[in-house]
Design a protein around this ligand. Structure first.
Ligand code: HEC
Length: 121
């Protein structure tokens, strides 16, 4: 009985570490995409156009990352919004839920799908 539980626990441990290993072997962009799909897609949409299934119920629509206005923001601005959220809007803060690395992965993914534009000063 105890042996069975022990074997079960060992299997669970092996499976979990295998999953974590697979995740760490992914590129930042791919990791970012997974995090996006789990947390952001339902608002910001499959194609990052701000038209996810939850978007319709919000009074202020989620950002469309393809717009010029969004693409001209630098990574630091996106990082700040992701971590701190936007007060009174649907965009909550992710500082306590996601690690710094996960936020950087997310930005890498957003940039790969909607590259930033450099604005001349
Ligand atoms: C409940 C819906 C919702 C979820 C979930 C959500 N967002 Fe948002 N997001 C918004 C809204 C609303 C805005 C504000 C749009 C505006 O200011 O016009 C926004 C704005 C942003 C902005 C600012 C973009 C810009 O151009 O200023 C970033 C970056 C962003 N979200 C990233 C994320 C990421 C990454 C996740 C997942 C970890 C996420 N959001 C999850 C609703 C959401």
């Amino acid at each position: 009985m105890t042996t069975k539980i022990l074997i079960g626990a060992m299997f669970a441990l092996i499976l979990t570490s295998a999953g974590a290993l697979a995740e760490s072997r992914l590129s930042t962009t791919d990791r970012g995409q997974r995090i996006y799909q789990r947390n952001c897609l339902h608002c910001h949409g499959v194609t990052l156009d701000g038209k996810g299934p939850t978007a319709a119920s919000l009074s202020v629509p989620p950002a469309n990352f393809h717009t010029y206005l969004s693409r001209m923001k630098d990574d630091a601005e996106l990082e700040k919004t992701i971590k701190q959220g936007k007060r009174f809007l649907g965009m909550h803060n992710w500082e306590d839920t996601l690690t710094d690395e996960q936020v950087h992965d997310l930005i890498a993914y957003i940039r790969s799908a909607a590259p930033s534009v450099k604005v001349k000063p």
